[in-house]
Write a protein that binds this ligand. Sequence first.
Ligand SMILES: [Zn+2]
Length: 339
Amino acid sequence: MKHVDLHLHLDGAVTVAIARKLAKLQGITLPENDQELERLLTVPEDCESLTDFLKCFALPLSLMQTREGLSEAVRLVVNDLQSQGVIYAEIRFAPQLHLEQGMTQEEAIRAALEGIKKAGECIDHAAEGNMAAQIKVNLILCAMRGDGNESANEETLRLAKKWLVADGGVVAMDLAGAEALFPTGKYRELFAKAKELKIPFTIHAGEADGAESVKLALEFGANRIGHGVRSQEDPQVLQLLKENQIPLEMCPTSNRQTHAVEDMSRYPFMDYLQHGLKVTLNTDDPGIEGTTMEAEYRYMEQRFGLDEDGKRTLLQNAVDAAFTTEEVKNWMRMELGLR
Ligand SMILES: [Zn+2]
């Protein structure tokens, strides 16, 4: 099956194999034992919350503090996605988390773009022998929830505007990080500016915080919502999502691991889908969670009875929701057999 992944964090997509390659390239020492490395990179069984979950990102981020490390990480992640049947992906990352060794945010963005370009060259080369399908990749720049990083977020906004394209580069902004600690309301001004500058954006909301967070993101003018799991806590928010057909980027494995819902038997994914909300299915952090798009579909089929019609709707929703041009969307529809 071919896939579209709209919600995937670069630092969450670093697998053990990718981590080894990045470390070798930069002369960084990692634990020699694969199991030990896996323990550092993946979510522990007893992970209690999103705040806990976010601790897993320290190691992958430490491997992406140079231009070559970051660019190679993007290239390797794109290669992995392509080998897993993903034909279109939006990779998100926060430039401000890559400055520990002197890169600027703009250099980090350039490095990520270079990684996409290099992956494309490899893929074109492979495609000559009909070995591989094409993959198109865009970037979403994350502002981060936190204290004291207001100017870093402003800089991300400025660069998002500067580098914004309709396809083939930076296509949108996001707000990521600890939602329960730094509530969405704190970011009203930042996204008012994004809206004024016509930068499309999505906001992680209704994941670790309640429906109120989703309501605020909608008020700010978010084009999509990251997760939105807890929207069900307020029928009015569900109504707003439905009326405005705002896509939800849902990620079941991640939602289970971060306890966005305490009891997965009450996971609202299928309810949202059946009530006509614009639900999409995504991985969030394939490396850290040990998942793929294929695995997410299998999980939804086996645990929640997702059928062929449901799958088709999810794919259609993903294409509609993508931050790209009509031309690329039409190409995706052809590739996915939606027309
Ligand atoms: Zn996310």
